[in-house]
Design a protein around this ligand. Structure first.
Ligand SMILES: Cc1cc2nc3c(=O)[nH]c(=O)nc-3n(C[C@H](O)[C@H](O)[C@H](O)COP(=O)(O)O)c2cc1C
Length: 232
């Protein structure tokens, strides 16, 4: 009993000064690089009717070397997975409202947004920076060298955590997740037309190489890569 008490006092003697030391460390010392970018509010009206966007949608693989604005990036991400209703309902439908998709943006040339890799957080309509620097060339190499991936001003990547859906729907849930990635991608296509931007769905890539760029955990799979840029 006494020995046990002595041990506790001894441990407290070591741990308490350590605790005090952590208080004088500069704030952010132990945080991972997690710059947060609040995105501008998306616009909910447009002069481009949905019929015109549907008629004009085309896969575009060549872009001008001009930056996208932060508002355009905001609008494209909102189109992919933005929150639009109660209970976190989104722009794209989701089986059982389980939302298995994650959305990233690789920024190479955008105004007021530094080069890097960001994760989109639909709930707060914000970006979390997860890696520094222009990763478009690396992503293009992982996409079997497709040039469009390198030349997009930004590249939107849609991935999925299948388990969020398969835990309810079993193996059939995988089918649902693929449908959802298609819905989100089509939203990006149509939003791009409305903004007079070009994009293309890229499905040919090396999964493992892409996962490395985004530090995706084992259970998350990349499904869609969409470079976006100004039409030439
Ligand atoms: C699932 C899927 C994967 C695709 N993968 C690629 C790709 O890796 N590279 C590419 O340049 N286009 C890719 N595309 C775009 C198609 O080539 C394109 O949609 C098709 O040529 C029809 O042209 P449109 O989209 O202009 O109507 C893909 C499209 C889909 C739906």
């Amino acid at each position: 009993m006494i020995k046990c008490l002595m041990n506790k006092i001894f441990l407290a003697g070591i741990l308490f000064p350590l605790f005090l030391f952590t208080l004088i460390l500069p704030s952010g010392w132990c945080k991972e690089s997690s710059e947060v970018v609040k995105l501008p509010e998306p616009k909910y009206t447009s002069t481009v009717p949905i019929e015109k966007a549907l008629r004009e949608r085309r896969s575009v693989r060549e872009y001008r070397k001009e930056p996208l604005t932060l508002s355009e990036v905001s609008q494209l991400l909102w189109a992919a997975q933005g929150i639009t209703g109660p209970y976190g309902f989104r722009t794209a439908p989701s089986a059982g409202a389980l939302y298995p998709l994650e959305v990233y943006v690789v920024v190479g040339n955008a105004s007021n947004l530094s080069k890097g890799v960001y994760r989109y957080k639909p709930q707060k309509h914000e970006l979390i920076k997860i890696a520094e620097g222009d990763k478009r060339a690396q992503l293009s190499a992982a996409s079997l060298g497709q040039q469009c991936v390198k030349s997009g001003a930004v590249v939107i990547v849609i991935s999925a955590v299948y388990a969020r859906t398969t835990q309810k729907y079993g193996e059939r849930g995988r089918r649902y997740v693929h449908m959802e990635a298609g819905h989100a991608a089509q939203n990006v296509y149509l939003q791009a037309v409305s903004l007079n931007l070009g994009t293309v769905v890229v499905g040919a890539f090396d999964d493992e190489e892409v996962k490395k760029i985004f530090s995706m955990p084992k259970e998350e799979q990349p499904l869609v890569i969409m470079p976006v840029g100004r039409i030439r």
